[in-house]
Ligand binder design. Structure first.
Ligand SMILES: *[C@@H]1O[C@H](CO)[C@@H](O)[C@H](O)[C@H]1NC(C)=O
Ligand SMILES: *[C@@H]1O[C@H](CO)[C@@H](O)[C@H](O)[C@H]1NC(C)=O
Ligand SMILES: *[C@@H]1O[C@H](CO)[C@@H](O)[C@H](O)[C@H]1NC(C)=O
Ligand SMILES: *[C@@H]1O[C@H](CO)[C@@H](O)[C@H](O)[C@H]1NC(C)=O
Ligand SMILES: *[C@@H]1O[C@H](CO)[C@@H](O)[C@H](O)[C@H]1NC(C)=O
Ligand SMILES: *[C@@H]1O[C@H](CO)[C@@H](O)[C@H](O)[C@H]1NC(C)=O
Ligand SMILES: *[C@@H]1O[C@H](CO)[C@@H](O)[C@H](O)[C@H]1NC(C)=O
Ligand SMILES: *[C@@H]1O[C@H](CO)[C@@H](O)[C@H](O)[C@H]1NC(C)=O
Length: 852
């Protein structure tokens, strides 16, 4: 047999050399019609330098030889190609390229080996010593190494990225292309993965056969049907038809895992040298990593394209947009000034096995904020498809998809300020929208200012042209601006003047000190000097615009702002009666400041209305994040006005740990447990804080006070125990009984029960603000509140929060709520319990509720 084949080879070579001269002209014809034998004996070698040399199948449909690699024409693959040219590669040795001095050696030991120019083995069949006597490339394109007549090794059993008809693809085999891989599972499911870990496609077979398969095999019929066969099946289960199913003759159809990560069926007419796409498994932009890290995939007509999210990024390889993007400034290099770049109709691909992305049910602004404040979060995606899901990506590889039809908004952390892409890059992309938005804002602002100036001019002309009172003019001007509702921009000097050099300090909240000031029109204002804001000017203005767009009787109104250099100040209307804490926790002597129950109830209602508006009624839902008596101001009629809303958005995470617990994430005692567990910030976190405030309104005591009277427990925990024992009257502020002859006990009891509903540890158990309003009003019956869980034992929370299906998030929460540690002012007892991590955090971050 072998001598026979050797004879055939040598005779062919002899024929070639004899006919060399005349045949040079017909060289292509020669290789089409009279190739080297179909059967190759050990000792034969193919050289990369001789591209026209090949071993062919008897029907001439397939040949094994060197072809230039698609990615780099100076390197070569030892490949089986389909008739018509090097474009249709159905197998290659190891999928590896070698230089032009490389060779494919069929050694006399029976080993088939690919070596590069320096003689190093790049790939081998590992068939040494197994009695291999010949290599055959058969008519189906299978290269088989045989020991006599039995197959020892075949290329069909060692596929690279392609399956051809009559090839059986079985469980355990893998198609690979770059970082992508394709597998058949024993369930019959087909999967596509990126970097082996991220599974971005998992398709099951017909469910009526699922579960019964014993040894599924994937195959492709020459007509173009992709199917699964199994011993348990009488026929096969169809996965897909190629779009040219059963058309034409002499067409090779093949299934390939393309370098773009998609599984495709192509067809190639014999000798055409070209291939046509007939089926693809996945929407190309849903292929994980198609546009590289931080790249955004979108379609130009039907062509997928890659780009970077904004000018804050640059392509890793300007010549290959698929390589992905990198930040021009690393996040680590801009502590404190990171912002979130918003991408409308975009999502960062998230597939189930990717555990490093956390899933939550929160609103869009919380989705953005949660990512911004988390040190590890790089990007987030908020779905607007009704699920309310928010994905936080803390992985260092994210893959974006943008499509006008996608119901989602994504955010990616950048070192501010945001520099949008020029709109010329965009067909229908979001940038256009962004720009349009910006333009609309600019035009509206300009028009408003112009209108005001004209109006002012007209008024001045008609009313004051004979007047010399320019002081009056200036105050009139400011008044007009206030009336328009748009925030007024002040210069730092103006505010310095108004506050007499920041002399009269009203208080110091988490966001900075507040000073009394008088504007030129004699309006008394509260000027808040923000600290820790290193946000870009534009971002700041946008947040200010959001804050000033909220108008409600129970919200403190923002009059103006100042943004100059490092200075960021906010100017609010002045509240004559200061903040609620002054009234609730006032000492015995100062009883003139005591509020009766009617006033307290009105304040509770007003506060609830203000928060309801923030949560449910204004355009962008605002989670306050810092509800506490210090932030509930009282006007001259003791109407409650909530202040400091929208500020959480302004603060950037400078030192994440520090910031997280101090200014941004509210104040100890009012913090919902999920804050401390690094679970998401939702409106339900505000509800918790409101519940604590309501308890304080009823009791006149700080919810976290610990004293002998409360059995060394936090007041709020003790209060529930008293409530349980039907001793609710012990909770109520003693001073109320004295001052109020006919205390509305029914109302008080309602308030107490609402408190315990609000401070439920499980956010989903807490009512919404709207519901609370109804309960306060007595419209809704109140069920008896269950224990707020942590109340059972003042320090350890054994409960879990079911807001997330994510295991890592749950384990984070295994950490307990903070111990009732002492505050610097109201200390009446130090908690006997400490729980390491949180105590450390709490004390190191100067968590003081007493901001005033
Ligand atoms: C051949 O392969 C070896 C090992 O893979 C590598 O070190 C060497 O640089 C290669 N030589 C050429 C010429 O490609
Ligand atoms: C395969 O080769 C081995 C020796 O390596 C020999 O013993 C065996 O008989 C061969 N099998 C066949 C089917 O030829
Ligand atoms: C593929 O599987 C079928 C059915 O099990 C079998 O008849 C056929 O020989 C297999 N083909 C190859 C190339 O192994
Ligand atoms: C890809 O996988 C490798 C090894 O499995 C891992 O080290 C690497 O971090 C992964 N890359 C990314 C971006 O996930
Ligand atoms: C197979 O795919 C179906 C969806 O087509 C999926 O529900 C099922 O979980 C998958 N099974 C496995 C084992 O991946
Ligand atoms: C699933 O298979 C059954 C029988 O094999 C067939 O009747 C049914 O139409 C198939 N369903 C789908 C969705 O292909
Ligand atoms: C498995 O096969 C049995 C018969 O062989 C059939 O009765 C049963 O419905 C099948 N189960 C599924 C899940 O298709
Ligand atoms: C989108 O496709 C059109 C036509 O194919 C082309 O002219 C245009 O340059 C493409 N746009 C981008 C951004 O590539």
């Amino acid at each position: 047999m072998s001598s026979e084949s050797r004879q055939m080879v040598s005779s062919a070579i002899a024929a070639q050399s004899l006919l060399l001269l005349p045949l040079l002209l017909f060289l292509p014809l020669l290789f089409l019609c009279s190739p080297v034998s179909a059967q190759v004996s050990p000792g034969s070698t193919l050289y990369a330098s001789r591209v026209n040399q090949s071993w062919s199948s008897p029907n001439q449909a397939f040949s094994l030889g060197f072809v230039a690699a698609a990615t780099d024409p100076s390197s070569f693959l030892a490949a089986i190609t389909y008739a018509g040219g090097p474009t249709v590669v159905v197998w290659s040795a190891g999928g590896s390229a070698v230089d032009s001095s490389g060779a494919l050696q069929f050694l006399s030991t029976g080993n088939l080996r690919l070596v590069n120019g320096s003689g190093a083995t790049v790939w081998e069949s590992n068939t040494t010593g197994r009695g291999v006597t010949s290599a055959n490339l058969d008519d189906t394109g299978n290269l088989v190494l045989r020991n006599g007549t039995s197959s020892v090794w075949s290329s069909f059993d060692h596929p690279t990225d392609t399956i051809v008809p009559s090839q059986n693809f079985t469980v355990g085999q893998t198609l690979r292309s770059g970082r992508y891989s394709f597998n058949l599972l024993s369930s019959g499911n087909l999967t596509l993965r990126w970097n082996t870990s991220i599974e971005y496609w998992n398709q099951g077979v017909n469910s009526s056969i699922q579960g019964n398969l014993t040894a599924p095999t994937l195959g492709l019929q020459s007509t173009g049907i992709l199917y699964i066969s199994d011993p348990s099946l009488s026929s096969y289960a169809i996965i897909a038809y190629s779009s040219d199913y059963a058309e034409g003759s002499d067409i090779l159809r093949f299934l390939r895992l393309d370098p773009d990560g998609n599984l495709k069926i192509f067809s190639s007419a014999r000798n055409s040298g070209s291939k046509n796409l007939r089926w693809a498994a996945v929407d190309q932009c849903e292929v994980f990593g198609f546009c590289g890290n931080l790249g955004i995939c979108s379609y130009n007509d039907s062509t997928p394209m890659c780009r970077c999210p904004s000018q804050n990024f640059e392509p890793i390889d300007p010549n290959d947009s698929r390589k992905g993007c990198k930040r021009k400034v690393n996040i680590e290099d801009c502590p404190g000034s990171a912002t979130m770049l918003e991408l409308d109709h975009a999502s960062f691909l998230t597939y189930p096995p990717e555990l490093s992305s956390q899933v939550f049910f929160v609103g869009i602004s919380a989705c953005r904020l949660n990512c911004l404040v988390s040190g590890s979060c790089m990007a987030s995606t908020s779905l607007s498809d009704g699920t309310g899901l928010c994905y936080l990506k803390s992985v260092n590889f994210v893959s974006g998809y943008e499509n006008p039809a996608l119901p989602s908004t994504s955010y990616v952390k950048v070192c501010g300020p945001v520099v949008p892409n020029p709109s010329s890059l965009e067909g229908t992309g979001k940038n256009k929208g962004w720009r349009l938005h910006a333009w609309v804002v600019v035009v509206v602002v300009l028009a408003t200012v112009l209108g005001l100036i004209l109006l002012e001019g007209g008024l001045w002309w008609s009313c004051f042209r004979n007047s010399t009172k320019f002081g009056a003019l200036s105050s009139h001007y400011t008044l007009l601006e206030y009336a328009s509702g748009a925030p007024v921009q002040f210069t730092y000097k103006e505010l310095q003047g108004a506050t007499k050099g920041f002399k009269e300090k009203l208080g110091a909240g988490g966001f900075g000190a507040v000073y009394r000031g008088v504007l030129t029109n004699r309006t008394v204002v509260a000027v808040k000097q923000l600290e820790g804001i290193e946000q870009g000017e534009k971002q700041f203005r946008m947040e200010v615009a959001t804050i000033s767009s909220t108008h409600h009787l129970n919200l403190v109104r923002l009059i103006g702002f100042c943004s100059e250099g490092r200075h960021r100040l906010l100017v609010y209307e002045f509240m004559k009666n200061g903040s609620l804490d002054d009234f609730l926790f006032t000492s015995e002597e100062n009883s003139g400041k005591l509020l009766n129950w009617e006033q307290r109830f009105k304040i509770a209602l007003g506060t609830a209305r203000g928060i309801t508006y923030l949560h449910e009624e204004c355009r962008d839902c605002i989670v306050h994040c810092d509800i506490k008596p210090e932030n509930i101001l009282l006007d001259e009629n003791y109407n409650a006005k909530v202040s400091d809303f929208g500020l959480a958005k302004l603060i950037n995470a400078k030192d994440h740990r520090y910031r997280t617990l101090t200014s941004l994430r509210g104040t100890r005692g009012y913090l919902a447990p999920e804050w401390l567990a690094n679970l998401p910030i939702t409106s339900k976190s505000d509800i918790y804080s409101y519940g604590m405030v309501l308890l304080e309104i009823v009791s006149g005591r700080r919810n976290f006070d610990v004293s002998v009277e409360t059995n060394n427990k936090k007041f709020s925990m003790w209060a529930y125990e008293e409530f349980e024992k039907s001793n609710a009257e012990n909770i109520i502020d003693k001073r109320l009984f004295g001052a109020d002859q006919d205390l509305n006990m029914e109302q008080v009891m309602r308030a107490i029960q609402i408190c315990f509903w609000c401070i439920q540890e499980q956010p989903s158990h807490r009512p919404t603000m709207g519901k609370i309003l109804q309960m306060l009003d007595g419209i809704t019956e109140i069920e008896r509140p269950p224990p707020p869980k942590a109340a059972v034992d003042g320090s350890h929370s054994g409960s879990s929060i079911n807001v997330s299906s994510n295991i890592s998030a749950l384990s984070t929460f295994a950490a307990s709520v903070p111990p009732p540690s002492s505050s610097s002012r109201q200390t009446s007892g130090v908690s006997p319990v400490t729980s390491g991590r949180n105590l450390e955090k709490a004390s190191s971050s100067h968590l003081n509720s007493d901001s005033k």
